[in-house]
Design a protein around this ligand. Structure first.
Ligand code: ATP
Length: 446
């Protein structure tokens, strides 16, 4: 299977099965903005829930936060986004397409006669690069003037920094401690693409860990290990995950050290999460711009200091895409193509399908009762239309790990068939055991 066709197949499966739709499709779509359908919203919610559980519920030293998307415009001056959150942009005077100046498809130097437009192939038509700020601007209140400008946040982290003292004081945490947040972020990307990999509206799962200066490198290493473990716990193929270290000019202005977790997508190794040692850059800038003291008083050491910050920053949409790419496989079964999403049961949008073999002999009644019982515990899907093999295939494409079939024997001896997505093996268990059996399986996989 050619790699580029994998993305095309995935986009089409996502639409067909209700994972992801293009935004405003009936109007021709909106560039690089996507909507999540019934299965996609469950899959992404499972990703976010697992992150929240690992970060907030399972740890005593991390608190949750949900800050607003709109923030005081000075936040973005302090953070460096107004001055520096820019990409170099070039236009093609001939075909009017726009590119990032560092687009690897551009041959030659933009602005010079030798430069060739990657879209129309014209030579000398690319403009000199100019800087383009990626923040979306809007106006607050009825007057649309420069005094009323506010931004849609390009990252969730700043909401954490400006609330760090509020959280510290109200939760009675002590350093080292962290604040975790999941929320929307917006970037007016010049060259978005690769489906939900790079979009203009996306969700981030960010955690900022506040530590005593001098202990930052040690915490940085711990967080690197924990975050890689978390990605592996989603069932991703370990050989397709790697670290990429930022060095030299790649290192952002705020970072003392930075590593990306990368996944091997069909379009190359790409970042899915960044782990950054930000030092005291953020708090010292907010202290300077707000005029408010943001120091921490360490009672045990009788010391005042600005904490250093270790950040873990992942994209919920990117992790969702990674799961879909990693799970997609095609097999030939008895001369027919079987498309399977081998999703980890813990993230699968539907945990079990329930099927009466035929629509008679009391089978639909038994199956409906079982379905309603199972729904109390986890997400299920009832399907009584078409041949049983087709129903199994539909669930394979949706990534549903288990199928439960009520057949002629169920009435007679109170047993059902459990069908396993990955192996296609079937086993018989007692009807009254199904809920317990599936709950056990899902618990082990959790
Ligand atoms: P990139 O180099 O891919 O633009 P970045 O280094 O700017 O990413 P960060 O600012 O570190 O990314 O953001 C942290 C995480 O947020 C990324 O690892 C990614 O998962 C997610 N993310 C960033 N930009 C986008 C986007 N435009 N669409 C979807 N997810 C994004």
């Amino acid at each position: 299977m050619a790699d580029t066709s994998l993305m095309d197949k995935l986009v089409s499966l996502c639409k067909r099965r209700g994972f992801v739709f293009q935004s405003s499709e009936i109007y021709g779509g909106l560039g690089s903005v996507w909507d999540y359908g019934p299965l996609g919203v469950e899959l992404k919610k499972n990703v976010k829930d697992r992150w929240w559980n690992a970060m907030v519920h399972a740890r005593e030293d991390i608190e949750g936060l949900d800050a607003a998307i709109l923030m005081h415009p000075k936040v973005w001056e302090a953070s460096g986004h107004v001055a520096g959150f820019t990409d170099p942009l070039v236009d093609c005077r001939h075909c009017k397409n726009r590119f990032r100046a560092d687009d690897p498809r551009i041959k030659g130097t933009p602005g010079q006669p030798d430069a060739q437009c990657p879209a129309c192939g014209t030579r000398g038509s690319l403009t000199e690069p100019r800087m383009f700020n990626l923040m979306f601007k809007t106006f607050m209140g009825p007057v649309e003037d420069s005094a009323a400008v506010v931004y849609l946040r390009p990252e969730t982290a700043q909401g954490i920094y400006v609330n760090y003292l509020n959280v510290l004081q109200s939760s009675r945490q002590r350093i080292p401690f962290g604040i975790a947040q999941i929320g929307k972020a917006f970037r007016n990307e010049i060259t978005p693409g690769n489906f939900i990999f790079r979009t203009r509206e996306f969700e981030q799962m960010e955690m900022q860990f506040f530590v005593q200066p001098g202990t930052d490198s040690e915490w940085f290493e711990k967080w690197r290990e924990w975050r890689m473990d978390w990605h592996c716990s989603l069932g991703l193929t370990p050989a397709k995950l790697q670290w990429h270290q930022h060095a030299g000019s790649e290192l952002a202005h705020y970072a003392r050290a930075a590593f990306d977790v990368q996944y091997q997508f069909p379009f190359g190794w790409q970042e899915i999460e960044g782990i950054h040692n930000r030092g005291d850059f953020d708090l010292s800038r907010h202290q300077e711009y707000s005029g408010k003291k943001l120091e921490y008083f360490d009672q045990a050491r009788n010391q005042r200091y600005l904490p250093y910050i270790v950040e873990t920053s992942a994209g919920a949409d990117r992790v969702t895409l990674t799961l879909l790419v990693d799970a997609y496989r095609e097999e030939e079964v008895e001369g027919e193509l079987r498309v399977v999403l081998g999703l980890h049961p813990g993230v699968a949008p539907i945990k079990a399908g329930v099927f009466p073999l035929v629509k008679k002999d009391g089978m639909p009644e038994l199956a409906t009762t079982l379905y309603h019982d199972l729904r109390k515990h986890f997400s299920c899907f009832y399907d009584d239309s078409g041949a049983i093999g087709r129903r199994y295939r539909r669930m394979d494409e949706a990534g549903t790990p288990y199928g439960v079939t009520i057949d002629g024997e169920t009435q007679a001896n109170q047993s059902v068939t459990i069908r396993h997505r990955d192996t296609m093996l079937q086993e018989r268990i007692g009807l009254s055991q199904v809920a317990l059996y599936l709950r056990d399986k899902l618990k082990v996989a959790a």
